[in-house]
Write a protein that binds this ligand. Structure first.
Ligand SMILES: C[S@@+](CC[C@H](N)C(=O)[O-])C[C@H]1O[C@@H](n2cnc3c(N)ncnc32)[C@H](O)[C@@H]1O
Length: 195
């Protein structure tokens, strides 16, 4: 299955997907993170300058992992398309609010019909926490994707509860509690199926 990971950073989830045999295409503006990801997993790759847009493409030897170091909004469905899956962990939540509609149009234009889109968002209250990521209520997610995708909430966890410390990561949870003074913080997971 070919899976798109917009604003991928160097998330380990890409390696998990790749090592299970999927084709993984990531886009992130920060080339250094992509190189760290590839080197960190001992993946041999080639590097080429993109022709139509400003950026660099890193391709694994087997071609199943393609990482684009470029501005996501410069990508087009002429460059990559036909994805059967989108893995969006805090990417839609991270972009500027004004770019949300553009983001949805772009990402969905790169997907095949019936593509499944896993979307993780966050909701929180905080005096000190400043986006990104932006807090996104479920109703807003539904509204943004209305008419384009069917919508199912899979999970929601309290990011600050001790019992979720391992899932969130101890260091990250401490950071949220102590530095950002976030409260009522929840991570939410949705499955969107493109129409
Ligand atoms: C919140 S992180 C995303 C985290 C990632 N999805 C994960 O699971 O770890 C945001 C990432 O988006 C990238 N980014 C921000 N704006 C971008 C843009 N316009 N085009 C491409 N990447 C962008 C940043 O370099 C950063 O790595």
């Amino acid at each position: 299955m070919s899976i798109f990971v917009p604003l991928c950073g160097k998330t380990e989830d890409m390696f998990w997907l790749y090592s299970r045999g999927h084709t993984v295409v990531g886009v992130d503006i920060a080339a250094i993170g992509l190189e760290q990801f590839l080197n960190g997993h001992n993946i041999n790759f080639s590097k080429q300058k993109l022709e139509k847009i400003d950026g660099t493409l890193y391709t694994s030897e087997d071609g199943r992992l393609r990482l684009y170091a470029c501005d996501l909004f410069k990508m087009t469905n002429e460059i990559e398309s036909g994805f059967m899956g989108v893995y969006d962990r805090m990417s839609f939540a991270a972009i500027n609010i004004n770019d949300r509609k553009k983001y949805i149009e772009l990402v969905l234009s790169m997907c095949a019909p019936d593509c499944r889109f896993l979307l993780e968002t966050v909701t929180y209250q905080s005096a000190d926490y400043s986006p990104p990521p932006h807090s996104l209520e479920d109703s807003m997610v539904k509204e943004y994707f209305e008419g384009r995708c069917s919508f199912r909430k899979l999970d929601s966890i309290d990011a600050l509860l001790n019992e979720n410390r391992e899932r969130i990561g101890a260091k990250k949870q401490d950071h949220l509690r102590d530095n950002l003074k976030a409260f009522d913080m929840r991570y939410n997971l949705f499955l969107l199926t493109c129409k």
